[in-house]
Design a protein around this ligand. Structure first.
Ligand code: HEM
Ligand code: HEM
Length: 211
């Protein structure tokens, strides 16, 4: 779809001024998730340092927990917050029709058109109530990465009780790599996501105040 077409679509469906862009449940689950993910990443890096999968470790200054046991405590505490909050977000996203309205359909042609428009500075952010195809791709992608990191995390937490799940990921060692790669994908998403929200401050206001 051309830039103009995306723009027209945005104009046609533009929300009346002052209308809520993100309902309270989206904002509350979003910020609880942001805190839980920050704790999971910081403690995960400390856990990683105790037995690195690759020839590098994370600087102590950016890890959480101080040592392996402390990091595991943080990881398993925030895990409950992440999972309960994530299930609320997914259930409400499906039940209210938000995912159907905002995140699908996702067409490769539109992703390409919107990505090239964004990179040449021509993508409109005038109507924050509509996600462009790149946003749809990134949000669906991070939701998928979230599901993969939780399932792989559970499989390395209880590998004996959940043999089937661990086997699904190719065994304990492979599940560790899957868990790590999902973390890397989420961190990559966050670099783009946080940069964009700073470049388009009205979007940051909307995810805090709703409009
Ligand atoms: C239900 C959710 C989760 C569970 C049950 C879980 C469980 C675990 C367990 C048991 C380990 C230790 C693996 C080992 O002994 O080597 C671990 C490591 C780790 N976790 Fe999680 N985790 C979860 C979510 C997350 C999330 C959301 C992130 C980050 C976004 C994350 C990042 C990491 C990292 C970076 C490591 C170190 C990787 C390694 O060296 O194996 N985890 N996790
Ligand atoms: C400092 C951290 C964060 C900031 C500043 C931030 C900012 C924002 C902003 C401005 C939006 C509005 C959407 C838009 O107009 O594009 C948003 C939505 C969203 N963010 Fe974040 N975010 C943060 C952390 C996270 C984390 C950790 C995740 C997941 C791992 C995440 C996932 C999402 C998703 C999936 C949406 C779409 C929600 C929906 O419409 O249902 N964000 N965020």
């Amino acid at each position: 779809m051309s830039v103009e077409a995306t723009h027209d679509r945005a104009m046609l469906q533009a929300a009346p001024a002052g209308e809520i862009i993100h309902p309270a449940w989206v904002r509350i689950t979003h910020w609880i998730n942001a805190i839980a993910v920050a704790v999971m990443i910081g403690s995960g890096w400390e856990i990683y340092n105790a037995s690195p999968l690759f020839p590098f470790v994370f600087p102590r200054a950016i890890t959480l927990g101080g040592w392996l046991a402390g990091a595991l405590l943080w990881h398993f505490a925030a895990m409950w917050v992440l999972v309960v909050n994530g299930l609320c977000y997914l259930a409400l996203g499906i039940a209210t029709g938000r995912f159907r309205r905002k995140l699908v359909p996702l067409r490769p042609g539109e992703v390409w058109a919107d990505a090239t428009a964004a990179l040449s500075g021509k993508l409109s952010h005038a109507d924050l109530s509509i996600y462009n195809a790149v946003q749809k791709l990134l949000y669906l992608g991070v939701i998928l990465a979230g599901i993969v990191i939780v399932l792989s995390g559970i499989s390395i937490w209880k590998p004996v009780q959940l043999k089937g799940l661990t086997a699904f990921f190719g065994g304990y060692d492979a599940a560790r790599y899957v868990h790590f790669c999902a973390m890397a994908a989420i961190v990559g998403f966050l670099v783009i996501h946080i940069s964009m929200s700073l470049l388009v401050p009205s979007s940051l206001r909307a995810i805090i105040a709703g409009r």
